[in-house]
Design a binder for this molecule. Sequence first.
Ligand code: ADE
Length: 249
Amino acid sequence: MKIGILSAMQEEFDLLLSEVKDARRTSLGMREYIEGTLYGKDVVLVFSQWGKTASASTTANLINVFKIDRLIFTGVAGGLDAQAKIGDIVIARRLFHHDVDASPFKRRYYVPLVGADGIASDDQLSDELSSAAQKFVADIAQYISEEDRAEFSLGDVAVHRKNIATGDQFIKTDDVRTRIMTDLPDMYAVEMEGAAVAQVCWEHSIPFAVMRTISDTANEHSPMDYPKFLDRVASIYSLYIMKNYLESL
Ligand code: ADE
């Protein structure tokens, strides 16, 4: 079985790559695809670049060129729900495009082939990833320093299985945040790739899961040091959750 691991951030990709054995590199469509073994399992790693088109084209290549059997997507997201704290983990249940509107021809949020009810992630894969994330959270003190846990308030990290909204915008105002939450059902987090990756996987019957670390609250109040969070928190989450997952297979 070959597992595609698609990272939304260069920092995550670099850290995963440092653990790959027998790495073989292929350049295709302005991406570097790395085939090799990670914790004893066959993987293909790639940095998606940002946004729906970039992540969809990378996913299509993982499926059609690299012949992956399943796909895991990792990255960060803005929290929409009031319960979503920075540092929490969200594993997608359903993914929706929040920026699709072909009205009056179709109702708002209708996506060709998919419909308007979002795309469901694979339950088994998402459950396995949730278990790997729970194990990581239980052991978090082994992986993230006390200083960084204090700086980013990672005292009580939760793992959620919730809906994710995707669009080609970084959400940074309460107006847009509220519009997404009002119009779409039970959105927990917002990001820029998940539904696009989900749609391509769904079209090709490839089981997929989307995992995101909450990095901000998708409004004006995100005071944190973003690069530091990516380096010292989100990338570490991705590496060790993937390790737990791969070692559990
Ligand atoms: N990824 C991380 N935070 C985000 C936000 N606020 N909007 C869109 N994508 C994100």
